[in-house]
Design a protein around this ligand. Structure first.
Ligand SMILES: [Cu+2]
Length: 125
């Protein structure tokens, strides 16, 4: 009987540790996640609710710099859009950061300043 209780306790401890690890470092499955590949955001457009953030997950071992603006053809255009949070975030590879919160409804444009054509649209409802 004592052995059984000890075994149960061990199982509980392991399960608790596992759960803590699963929720600790990995943010790739949070709601409102946008993934960055080599040259693209996936999805390239995301719709969220007012007050929410966008969790940007860099799936590759590359530097990306996400800021307010857009690529038009191969020309980088910095933008200041009313109601958009100011974003200028560097990713160094296989990392993630949340941007926002987005407190104003509207359509906002972000780009990776490093990679031509790498655009992200955030629609806030
Ligand atoms: Cu990039």
């Amino acid at each position: 009987m004592k052995k059984l209780i000890a075994l149960l306790l061990l199982c509980c401890t392991v399960a608790t540790l596992f759960a803590a690890c699963a929720t600790g470092g990995n943010t790739s499955n949070l709601p409102n996640s946008v993934h960055m590949k080599e040259l693209t955001f996936e999805p390239a457009s995301i719709t969220i609710h007012k007050g929410e953030k966008v969790n940007i997950v860099n799936d590759v071992s590359m530097v990306h710099v996400v800021a307010n603006g857009t690529w038009q053809d191969n020309t980088a255009k910095a933008l200041t859009e009313n109601g958009a949070p100011q974003v200028n975030v560097q990713f160094n590879g296989n990392d993630s950061q949340a941007v926002g919160p987005f407190n104003t409804a509207g359509t906002f444009h972000f780009y990776c300043t490093v990679h031509p054509g790498m655009n992200l649209t955030v629609v806030v409802k």
